[in-house]
Design a protein around this ligand. Sequence first.
Ligand code: NAD
Length: 338
Amino acid sequence: KPVKDLTQQQAADEAADLRPQLLQWGKQYYDADAPAVEDDVYDRVYARLVALETAFPAIVTPESPTQHVGGTTRGDLPKVNHDIPMLSLGDVFSVDELKEFDARLRKDVAAEDGDETGFDYNCELKIDGLAISLRYENGKFVQGSTRGNGRIGEDITANLATLPSIPKTLSRPLTIDVRGECYMPKQAFLDLNARREAEGEAPFANPRNAAAGSLRQLDVQVTADRKLATFMYNIADYEPLDTRTQSGLLDELAELGFSTNPTYQVAHDMDDVAAYIDQYQAKRADLAYGIDGIVIKANPLPLQRAIGATVKVPRWAIAYKFPPEEVETVVRDIEWTV
Ligand code: NAD
């Protein structure tokens, strides 16, 4: 039933049914690295919950999966506090929704600045891996962690230290927390699963779960053998950098020694973004790594800071999710009525 035809009580009842289901799926996905359903199933149920809670804000509960970053921490791994939280991303499934996001953000920026709203976006590929944070003190790698629940992550410094793409020393002696994605390239994933099956072990469901399972390991040698890679794309606080744009941040991170994804593009408007989406939807199958969409980010870093975030997602960025690869045409036709 469309959300607009529901009473608040009906919406509250439906939301109360959806939340435990999403939390259960989330537990299997984030904590056990073993998803029970496909991502698009999760995404659609989640989108319905967001629609219910948006139409009837009074029904939101603090435990709702819309109110916190999914994931917890393994009891046997040491914990790390993220002083600046690691957030999730809001997501959309159509260019129309991207345009709504853009209009809303420009309005918020105008209200914040009372000024010009003619900023660009940086388009990036949404890497299907797991978020990591790398801490450097005076240019030396000192700590690596998972996102966990966004505020408390797992300390996986020794695991991350085995990855060749993570620099141990930066080209400048900066003290920074750099964030990005750890992923398993498609070929490494296929080889790993073939090996596991040959040895009678259960294969990983997808490269994301394989990457997460390989990193969150007490045995560092297991991580070292898994051919994990990284793309870094964010920094907790941009002050120590020279750049003041998201696209410049990617260039500066590369200069510092990080692995960054060179496929980013600056877009002036949503037509440019739509062209980027088309381009990478076509190239998706040929990429060496999995992507599940694209992310657009307001390009000026001071604007990102001024606009801030909700409890769960930045207000200055959004993910456009691709339909799942195998059932692309079918899924495009299914719409939740909201
Ligand atoms: P998300 O993965 O959809 O988006 C946020 C994450 O995107 C960030 O934390 C970051 O790790 C990643 N990312 C990749 N490339 C990026 C880039 N260029 N810039 C910025 N971030 C980038 O959100 P989430 O909260 O981590 O997870 C929710 C998603 O997980 C759902 O959309 C769903 O698809 C999946 N999920 C699936 C199940 C299941 O049972 N199948 C359960 C829970 C969650």
